[in-house]
Design a protein around this ligand. Structure first.
Ligand code: NAD
Length: 482
């Protein structure tokens, strides 16, 4: 059996990890190469990257669907084999998240991202002949990817885009550029291994706002796909080009008094702590019926949550949130401190002079509805719990905390009327009932996965078909054979 360079890298990484060292410590990560292997598809400027993608796109257009599927199969295979490398790199480069969870996320991408089977032709036949509606590529897609799921987003987007016969250029998040470019290279290695061209997926050495702007303005880029916070999604949607926007969330959870409270507590902590709360779908605040709130918090503590007082929660808010004053209006606003996003629970407690072990995976507290922890998308394993008197109060507060993102919401209940009431009111793209949040992206549940959930532009959980345009081909008075 032949051992590939990637497998050798992985074996070295595993041995080094067992020895307590690291094959590639954070300082040695590079956005152009990994362990001496030069990445394919990484260019100094965005224009050069688009030149390279344009050549690859021409080759891709001459390939069959079957050949595209073979490329996607190779991406799946390499993603499974190199999941741990990318997970480790992502945590070391960004300082956020958990290696074991990022590894699972890569396996989810490999296993549950749809391929070419997602591209379907519609046909209409009748007295007037035969009309076909085919899903055609946009061409070259310009994509923005986040720091929170860097390689996962590059891989998942690339698979869907290539399945739809597109090529893609990324302007990845600067603070996750090495991990993102590792994934760009993986896509190109997979393409070459499957007989496809290099540079189907490209990126830049050092992404900046200028390189993002160059990508947006280049006439060869026909579609933009943006996964990130509200600022960048707004910028992409106002570009004048066809754009898919996958923006911020702040998913609320309602727990009513018909729920299996013990299970709800475990599900909520499992979801909230997955990758240290980085996923945009993860539980961010809980509205619990008063008569079950104590029991819920008790079982949360049985599942790795550490309860802090209201006074401590206020102290913690001052540490993890940054206050900003608008000079003109004098209005104060708060944003998350990048130094605290996706960190381990014990670090937050250490900042409050509380020493705990690794078994503590979440900080919980009881707050009122207006607390900053409820209203801000923290992306940290900190979970505020608000007591409510009834379903109407819960729904009103949860809808307010979701801020109209229409992203994701969760509920634990056995009351169909309550479940329906919340789902209708919150209007989110994903609504998960009686399960951890990650069930919403196909983890331990039915349905495909994606790391680009397009609420604002309506594609929902994106897949290959989201990256296509419909074209109609009409044959008048013929080819209908019935
Ligand atoms: P971010 O918004 O900080 O950055 C995303 C990317 O946009 C980066 O590459 C950044 O450099 C760039 N950018 C920012 N402003 C820009 C502008 N005006 N023009 C061009 N580029 C610009 O994202 P992040 O912090 O890495 O990710 C977290 C956010 O993304 C959260 O709000 C999370 O909810 C959201 N998110 C959403 C989804 C989804 O599927 N809906 C998935 C992952 C993350």
């Amino acid at each position: 059996m032949e051992i590939t360079p990637n497998q050798i890298d992985q074996i070295v990484a595993n041995v080094m990890a067992q020895l307590g060292g690291s094959a590639a410590p954070a300082a040695s990560y590079d956005s152009t190469q990994y362990s001496g292997r030069k990445y394919i598809g990484i260019y100094a400027t965005m224009t050069e990257a688009i030149d390279a993608v344009a050549d690859a796109y021409k080759v891709l257009r001459s390939m069959t669907v079957d050949q595209r599927e073979k490329i996607i199969e190779k991406i799946r295979e390499f993603t499974r084999a190199e999941a741990e490398i990318m997970a480790k790199m992502g945590v070391e480069e960004t300082g956020m998240g958990k290696v074991e969870h990022k590894t699972l996320k890569h396996h989810l991408v490999a296993d549950k991202t749809p391929g070419t089977e997602d591209i379907q032709t519609e046909a209409m036949s009748g007295d007037g002949g035969l009309t076909l509606l085919e899903m055609a590529p946009f061409g070259i897609i310009g994509a923005i990817s986040p720091s929170t799921n860097p390689s996962e987003t590059v891989l998942c987007n690339s698979m869907g885009m290539i399945a739809g016969a597109n090529a893609v250029v990324f302007n990845p998040h600067p603070s996750a550029i090495c991990t993102s470019n590792y994934a760009v290279d993986l896509v190109n290695r997979a393409s070459l291994a499957a007989g496809g061209p290099a540079n189907l997926c490209c990126s830049v050495v050092k992404p900046t706002m200028q390189s993002a702007d160059d990508m947006v303005k280049d006439p060869r880029v026909k579609m933009l796909v943006c996964t990130g916070g509200p600022g960048v999604v707004r910028a992409m949607l106002s570009s004048g080009k066809k754009a898919i926007g996958a923006g911020a969330g702040n998913p609320p959870v309602i727990v009513d008094d018909t729920a299996d409270i013990r299970k709800a507590a475990k599900d909520i902590i499992d979801g909230c702590t997955f990758d240290n709360n980085l996923p945009c779908i993860a539980e961010k605040e809980v509205f619990a019926f008063s008569n079950i709130a104590d029991e819920l918090m008790y079982y949360m503590q049985q599942n790795g949550a550490y309860f802090i007082s209201g006074e401590m929660a206020d102290r913690l808010a001052k540490i993890v949130l940054v206050e900003k004053k608008n000079e003109k209006t004098g209005k104060i606003s708060y944003s998350v401190s990048r130094d605290w996003v996706g960190r381990d629970a014990k670090k937050f407690l250490a900042a409050l002079d509380i020493e705990v072990g690794d078994d503590v995976r979440c900080v919980i507290c009881e707050t009122d509805e207006n607390h900053l922890f409820v209203q801000t998308e923290l992306m940290m394993p900190i979970l505020p719990i608000v007591r409510v008197n009834n379903i109407d109060e819960a729904v009103r507060m949860a809808v307010r905390a979701e801020h109209g993102n229409r992203h994701t919401a969760h509920m634990h209940s056995k009351n169909i009327d309550n479940l329906t009431k919340f789902a209708r009111a919150v209007e989110t793209t994903i609504f998960v009932k009686n399960a951890p949040s990650y069930a919403g992206i196909g983890f331990g549940s039915e349905g495909h996965t994606t790391f680009t959930i397009a609420g604002p532009t309506g594609e929902g959980l994106t897949s290959a078909r989201s990256f296509t345009r419909k074209r109609r081909c009409v044959m008048s008075d013929s080819f209908n054979i019935v």
